[in-house]
Write a new protein. Structure first.
Length: 288
């Protein structure tokens, strides 16, 4: 359904360092992009989005709520605790899928290579993203190498994102995977930008649109609005999260929300769903 731009410089890089450098430049340009000429409307949308994000975050009294909104049309952002280091839970699959396709684009990994389960890497990536299969994520990580994924994150200056252990098993103390709302938003911006190449962009967006957990960011949105996302959850500590590219009629945007704390999980999921709807309405000019 969505097709990326023509293959950019990343597709022709033969070395990982070059690949990560191009991705880092893409992130820097996306995050620093100035607002579009309609400055006053852009500021009012940003203010409305931030107001709605803060209002819904305040409904959870015993949790940390971190959130990043980024317009992919103007580059404008609204943020709450964007750089807070938090448990990654299922959102750890996002740096993994970006690293896999970046390595494939650089000719360093074959998407048909077999994992320890005897399945092609391509099929395991689909299980990992579409089915939220964290055992598949561990197999993908074993094939790619944890150092490759963490090295990519360092090169992209994703300072809060580190994969230390298994995604499928409860982490030992101090060995959990961590990230931040801003880091995940940056990775989604890379995906949406087309910098991984046209085919990789199309493949990843297709995987993200197949993700089966729809009870957070997509939950209250109109059914005709495409959402490419990954959700995560964890019991100890309670984590509920979702990270999405929302293809709104007024222009696509990224929304990442991570909730960690002691509120009931359903309350956290409801908070994310209601925040998502309020952000969508604010972007569309429908906010109260």
């Amino acid at each position: 359904m969505f097709r990326g731009k023509a293959a950019g410089p990343l597709a022709s890089c033969s070395q990982a360092l070059c690949a990560w450098a191009v991705l880092a430049l893409a992130v820097a340009l996306a995050c620093a992009r100035p607002a579009a000429p309609q400055e006053a409307p852009t500021r009012s949308v940003r203010a409305a989005v931030l107001r709605e994000m803060e209002k819904h975050a305040a409904t959870l009294g015993r949790s940390v709520v971190a959130a990043v909104f980024r317009s992919l049309k103007t580059g404008e952002e609204a943020v709450i605790e964007p750089d807070r280091e938090l448990p990654a839970a299922g959102l750890a699959t996002i740096p993994i899928v970006v690293a896999a396709y970046a390595a494939a684009s650089a000719g360093e990994v074959d998407l048909e290579a077999q994992t320890s389960a005897g399945r092609p890497l391509r099929a395991e990536l689909e299980r990992m993203i579409a089915n939220a299969d964290l055992a598949a994520a561990d197999r993908v990580l074993a094939l790619l190498g944890r150092d490759r994924v963490n090295g990519m994150c360092r090169d992209l200056e994703l300072k809060q994102t580190v994969l230390r252990g298994s995604l499928a098993e409860a982490p030992a103390e101090g060995a959990g995977n961590v990230t931040s709302a801003r880091d995940i938003a940056a990775l989604l911006t890379i995906i949406a930008s087309g910098e991984l190449g046209a085919q990789a962009t199309e493949d990843i967006l297709a995987l993200l649109q197949k993700h089966k957990s729809g009870d957070k960011i997509p939950r209250e949105l109109p059914q005709n609005v495409p959402v490419a996302h990954v959700a995560g959850s964890q019991s100890q500590p309670m984590v509920e999260s979702d990270a999405a590219i929302v293809f709104a009629p007024t222009g696509p945007y990224v929304l990442t929300v991570i909730v960690v704390g002691e509120d009931p999980p359903e309350a956290a999921r409801q908070c994310i769903a209601q925040m998502s709807l309020a952000v969508y309405q604010a972007v569309a000019g429908e906010a109260n």
